[in-house]
Write a protein of this length. Structure first.
Length: 271
């Protein structure tokens, strides 16, 4: 009788594996590995967003979804700039926008208000021209007492109007015609003098006095200095007269009167 084998030290013959077959996986393992590999390869080929390569979304649904998405994307940026411009820019620009029309509307008013200023400037220029004219005339030593006149009576002329003959020269002109000093002088007197009416007496540098009678207005004061051509009064009909005229009388050395026409002619002025 053979010796009995000890338990646990020997395996049964049917369960022994050869070295060649023991390293191979079993068919079920191989099948499962193939399934996993094919699934992984499919996963890499199909896009993650789709999830199915056998069915494709209808073209109609894609076309409808695309405009909806495009509308959303197009509508999203549009309100953003509008909202950004509305709160700050427009309110700040609205006050300035009315200012421009108001300035434009005020332009006619400004022009209307500027018209009196322009008139005043023209009047100033005219007065300056008149002053320059007076100065130009003043450069002459002697000038005519007025312009636009006619002689109606000469020196020494006798008539019922004069008791001892006419003592001056009458120069008829409309009432208000300007009367000028015939030369540089000092105003001796201004006032009303009987038959002479309103009268101005000037004393010139050589002591000669010139009298201006029948004036409607006197524009100088006693003691005032004037030059040739200075406006001293205006033609009138005050005193003993039959009409508006200037009575011009010349008294050398404040003595008796002489012919004013001859005296002025000696000084270069012809009446």
């Amino acid at each position: 009788m053979s010796a009995r084998r000890t338990a646990g030290k020997h395996r049964r013959p049917g369960r022994h594996r050869s070295p060649a077959t023991g390293s191979r996986p079993s068919p079920p393992v191989l099948f499962g590995t193939a399934v996993v590999a094919s699934a992984a390869a499919y996963a890499f080929q199909v896009p993650a967003a789709t999830g199915d390569d056998t069915r494709r979304a209808p073209s109609t649904s894609t076309d409808l979804a695309a405009p909806a998405l495009s509308t959303r994307t197009a509508a999203t940026p549009t309100p953003t700039p509008t909202l950004a411009k509305t709160p700050v820019t427009r309110p700040s620009s609205k006050p300035t926008a009315p200012d421009t029309p108001s300035a434009a509307a005020s332009t006619p008013a400004a022009e209307a208000s500027a018209k009196p200023t322009r008139r005043a400037q023209r009047a100033t220029r005219s007065s300056k021209r008149a002053s320059l004219t007076s100065l130009a005339r003043a450069r002459r030593a002697w000038v005519e007492p007025l312009s636009g006149y006619r002689i109606t009576a000469h020196f020494g002329q006798r008539a019922s109007l004069w008791s001892n003959g006419h003592t001056g020269t009458d120069l008829a002109a409309p009432t208000g015609t300007p009367v000028h000093a015939v030369g540089d002088a000092v105003v001796v007197s201004v006032g009303y003098d009987g038959a002479y009416g309103n009268k101005i007496v000037l004393r010139h540098n050589d002591g000669t006095e010139t009298w201006y009678g029948h004036l409607s207005a006197t524009l100088v004061d006693a003691g005032q200095k004037v030059i040739a051509g200075t406006l001293i009064g205006r033609v009138g009909a005050t005193g003993h007269t039959t009409g508006p005229h200037l009575h011009l009388e010349v008294r050398p050395g404040a003595a008796d009167p002489v012919d004013a026409e001859s005296w002025l002619r000696e000084h270069g002025v012809v009446l």
